[in-house]
Design a protein around this ligand. Structure first.
Ligand SMILES: Nc1ncnc2c1ncn2[C@@H]1O[C@H](COP(=O)(O)OP(=O)(O)O)[C@@H](O)[C@H]1O
Ligand SMILES: [Mg+2]
Length: 260
């Protein structure tokens, strides 16, 4: 078993209350037709913390983080990232925001016809103003080195294992040095050992880049190891919140079901 992250919780909580939140979501609502997915969801993500959201499949976890980078627009509620209201940003402001939030999609979403190097160069060219003056090749190599994959730089995605693809996707996110990383099911579809490696990598990345992370998962081993704090999403709202240790001892059946 990997050592739990919760020993850092007290320290994190103390420092958390000192800073202002990087993300603040209040009373967020989102429906598709008459299907109400989010019904008044709230969260605050503080600097340096790893906040894990767990919820059943189809409960709206991906919808929630897609709202944060405006791949989806909420129907109601407030959504602030770095004190900017995401639904109200103009296109330039949104582009800028997206360079500061890394988003690791469910799966890895690499471009199949591009090598690893080209997959990493792609976001840099789109946001070249942010990296002006920096050497592209060394940024790509540095990012790959940080995920232990420098040797794979000229390979195509089809030549990579599932775990390697996930690492490349993370490297691609790191290259823009985001202040926040959103992880959508980072271990899903991976075997348990590779999943644990990815979890360790996320922890290393957080330490090195000092990012705050929002991790969506239904992998409770992942939640236990990574989280400083957790939110349980049930029926579109925050059903319960707390550390892994606190939540895992709750007897409420909606909560305890996740820990079985
Ligand atoms: N673009 C969309 N159009 C219609 N329904 C959607 C859309 N995106 C998500 N949904 C629905 O919203 C619900 C929550 O989806 P999602 O956030 O992907 O769940 P999960 O918690 O598994 O990530 C599901 O019922 C899904 O079918
Ligand atoms: Mg999802």
């Amino acid at each position: 078993m990997i050592e739990s992250n919760s020993s850092r919780v007290d320290q994190m909580t103390a420092s958390s209350t000192a800073g202002s939140p990087l993300i603040r979501v209040q009373n967020l609502k989102k429906s598709f037709g008459d299907h109400q997915v989010l019904r008044g969801f709230n969260l605050e993500l503080y600097p340096n913390e790893n906040l894990v959201i767990v919820g059943k499949s189809g409960s709206g976890k991906s919808v929630l983080i897609k709202c944060m980078v405006r791949l989806l627009v909420p129907d109601e509620g407030e959504l602030f990232v770095f004190d900017q209201s995401v639904p109200d940003l103009d296109q330039n402001e949104l582009d800028q925001l997206r360079t500061e939030i890394g988003f690791l999609f469910q799966g890895s979403a690499l471009y199949d016809s591009m090598t690893v190097r080209e997959n990493l160069l792609f976001p840099m060219r789109r946001h070249s103003d942010r990296l002006r003056g920096e050497d592209e090749t060394s940024l790509v190599e540095e990012a790959l080195e940080n995920v232990g994959l420098l040797d794979a730089i000229d390979l195509l995605p089809e030549e990579l294992s599932g775990g390697m693809k996930r690492r490349v996707a993370l490297a691609r996110t790191l290259i823009l040095k985001p202040r926040i990383i959103l992880y959508d099911e980072p271990t899903s579809g991976l075997d348990p050992i590779t999943g644990k490696e990815i979890i360790q990598l996320i922890l290393e990345v957080q330490k090195k880049y000092k990012t705050a992370s929002l991790i969506i998962t239904h992998d409770m081993d992942c939640a236990r190891v990574i989280s400083n704090r957790m939110i349980i999403l049930v029926d579109g709202v925050n059903y319960a919140e707390g550390t892994y240790d606190v939540l895992s001892k709750m007897t409420d059946p909606e909560v305890s079901a996740f820990f079985k």
